[in-house]
Design a protein around this ligand. Sequence first.
Ligand code: HEC
Length: 147
Amino acid sequence: MKGWKIAVAVILVVLVGIQWVPTHSNQKNTDQGKDFLTMYAPPARIGTLLRTACYDCHSNHTVYPWYNMVQPVAMFMENHIVQGKKKLNLSEFGGYSSRRQRSKLKSMASQIEDGDMPLTSYTLLHRNADLSDQERRTIKAWIDTKI
Ligand code: HEC
């Protein structure tokens, strides 16, 4: 076999093989009263935007697309969810100390204002999570009133 054929064969074997790596589901029932959207009850439009743009990685409830059944997509996504939740879990926001809540609110406002969140790798596929400048300004202004 020529070198490239061997390379293609190896890639295929690896791609098929990693399908056995289990995919996980980020679904955990937690106290609804500690949820960010329940606590702050933002105007419906802002609530929807935050749920659409942030909750898949920063909450205990990810809405998975079908391609999460495919590896290595699932591993890539799980890593973002684990890292994202470690820094900010909106489902458990009420469990943070008030000092931590304040600093997370500030951090959310600046991430949204600077366009750093949601991650670009996410908005490429989740087009409705790609916030417009106007939406960013609206959400930021609302968060500022809570700090
Ligand atoms: C695709 C997954 C994903 C989405 C969607 C997402 N984030 Fe993140 N977020 C992460 C990851 C991963 C980190 C940690 C690594 C980093 O800082 O880049 C993070 C970090 C953060 C941090 C930093 C927390 C800290 O204290 O350091 C804030 C704040 C944040 N995200 C807010 C948001 C907001 C607000 C949204 C929605 C507008 C959002 N994120 C959407 C994955 C995501």
